[in-house]
Design a protein around this ligand. Structure first.
Ligand SMILES: *Cc1c(COP(=O)(O)O)cnc(C)c1O
Length: 365
C-alpha cells in the first residue's frame, strides 16, 4: 500500500486525478460526451496541429490496442510497411503486421542503437514498393529515444505514410507533429499525460483517415468507424472507460497547470539526470550510452555485488515505498527505473537513499 510507481505507466498519479474517478457517468449523457470532445480538442492543441488537418480518436484498451487499430485498419492491401525495430515495442508492431498478413519489411538495429535515416534511405532506394514507415519514438524496452526528424523527412520526400508509436513520449517531450508530418501518432491514457490506464488515443491526419476508411480487418479496432461515431457528438462507439476518461480530463488540466509539455519535459529531464548521476555514484551503470531518453532508464545488474538479485532488490525498494520494473533487454540483465508521473527530484533523492541501503546490505551479508 501507498508506494510510488517508478514505472512508465501505469504510473504515480495525483490525488486529484484519482478523485476525478469517484463519479459514475452515463456514456451517452451530454456532459460526458462534452468531456470526450474537450479531450479530443486538447490533444490536438498539445500536438500543435489544426483541427482542419488532424483529428483525435480515442480507442478503448491499452496502448497496444491503439497501435493495432492503426496497423489493422489503416494499412491497405497495396501497402508495404517498413518497421523500424530496436526493442520490444517495435517487435510488437512486427507481430501485428504478421498476424494480419500485411506486407512488411523489418529494419532492425541493436537495442542500444537508434534507427538511422541513412540506412532507411538505402532500403527505400532498393525497394520502391515500400509505402509506409512505422517506428517507436521512445523505446520503453531500454529507455532509448529514437530520432524522428531524419526519418520523417524521408517519409515526407517519398510520400510515405508515417506512423509513430509515441506511447511513452507524447506529453512528456515536445513533438512537432505537423512539421514532422506524422500521419498517425499513437499514445495512451496512462503515460506522460499522467492519467490511469484504459484507453489509447490516435492523432490522425484526416486526409489519410478518409482515404483508408475501407481497410479495417476487425470491427472493434476499426479506427475509421470509431472516428465517424465520435466525430458526431463525442459518443464512443462501444462502452467507454468512463472513470478513466474523467481522470484523463483532469490530468490534462493538471498538465496545463504545470505549464504545458515543455515544463513537464523539464521536470522529467531533471528527474532523469539526477537519477542517473546518483546511480552512477553508487556504481550502477546505465545500459544506454547514447540517446538516453528522459522517461525511463535501464541499469545493468551490479557486477560488484555478488548477491544482487532482482527479487531482493525489488522487495527492499517496495518495503521502502517504491516499485520499479524488471528489465526487458534481450541479452543483458537489467532493471528499469521510470521517472515519469507525479514524481519530483525529492522522490529521486529518497529512492537513491533507499537503494544505497540495499547496496550496503548486499555488500556486508
Ligand atoms: C506502453 C507502451 C506501449 C503499449 O503498451 P500497453 O501495455 O499495451 O499499454 C506501446 N509502445 C510503447 C513504446 C510503450 O511504452
Amino acid at each position: 500500500m501507498g508506494y510510488k510507481l517508478l514505472t512508465p505507466g501505469p504510473l504515480t498519479t495525483t490525488a486529484t486525478v484519482k478523485q476525478a474517478m469517484r463519479v459514475d457517468h452515463c456514456t451517452w449523457d451530454r456532459e460526458y460526451k462534452t468531456i470526450t470532445q474537450e479531450i479530443r480538442q486538447k490533444l490536438l492543441d498539445l500536438a500543435g496541429v489544426s483541427e482542419a488537418d488532424y483529428t483525435t480518436i480515442l480507442m478503448q484498451g491499452s496502448g497496444s490496442f491503439g497501435v493495432e487499430s492503426v496497423l489493422s485498419s489503416m494499412i491497405g492491401p497495396k501497402d508495404h510497411v517498413l518497421i523500424c525495430v530496436n526493442g520490444a515495442y517495435g517487435r510488437r508492431m512486427v507481430s501485428m503486421c504478421e498476424r494480419y498478413a500485411l506486407l512488411y519489411t523489418v529494419y532492425e538495429v541493436a537495442e542500444d542503437e537508434i534507427p538511422e535515416a541513412a540506412a532507411i534511405a538505402k532500403i527505400l532506394e532498393e525497394d520502391p514498393t515500400i509505402t509506409a514507415i512505422a517506428m517507436v519514438h521512445s523505446e520503453t524496452t531500454s529507455g532509448i529515444l529514437n530520432e524522428l526528424e531524419g526519418i520523417a523527412a524521408l517519409a515526407n520526400e517519398n510520400g510515405l505514410l508515417f506512423i509513430v508509436d509515441a506511447m511513452s513520449s507524447f506529453g512528456g517531450i515536445p513533438i512537432d507533429v505537423s512539421a514532422l508530418s506524422i500521419d498517425f501518432l499513437v499514445s495512451s491514457s496512462n503515460k506522460c499525460i499522467q492519467g490511469v490506464p484504459g484507453f489509447s488515443f490516435i492523432l490522425a491526419k484526416r486526409e489519410q483517415l478518409e482515404q483508408r476508411r475501407d481497410f479495417a480487418r476487425t470491427v472493434s479496432l476499426d479506427l475509421y468507424d470509431q472516428y465517424e461515431t465520435m466525430e458526431k457528438d463525442g459518443k464512443w462507439r462501444f462502452t467507454s472507460p468512463t472513470h478513466t476518461v474523467l481522470a484523463f480530463h483532469q490530468a490534462l488540466q493538471e498538465l496545463e497547470q504545470e505549464g504545458g509539455i515543455y515544463q513537464r519535459y523539464m521536470r522529467y529531464l531533471t528527474n532523469n539526470r539526477l537519477l542517473r548521476q546518483k546511480m552512477e555514484e553508487l556504481g550502477y551503470r546505465p545500459f544506454i550510452k547514447n540517446h538516453q531518453g528522459p522517461f525511463i532508464t535501464s541499469f545493468l545488474y551490479p557486477t560488484k555485488q555478488a548477491n544482487f538479485t532482482f527479487n531482493t532488490f525489488y522487495q527492499h525498494l517496495k518495503q521502502n515505498g517504491f516499485v520499479i520494473y524488471p528489465g526487458k533487454i534481450s541479452k543483458v540483465d537489467c532493471f528499469r527505473i521510470g521517472n515519469i508521473g507525479d514524481i519530483y527530484p525529492e522522490d529521486i533523492d529518497r529512492l537513491v537513499e533507499v537503494i544505497e541501503k540495499y547496496t550496503e546490505v548486499a555488500y556486508v551479508s
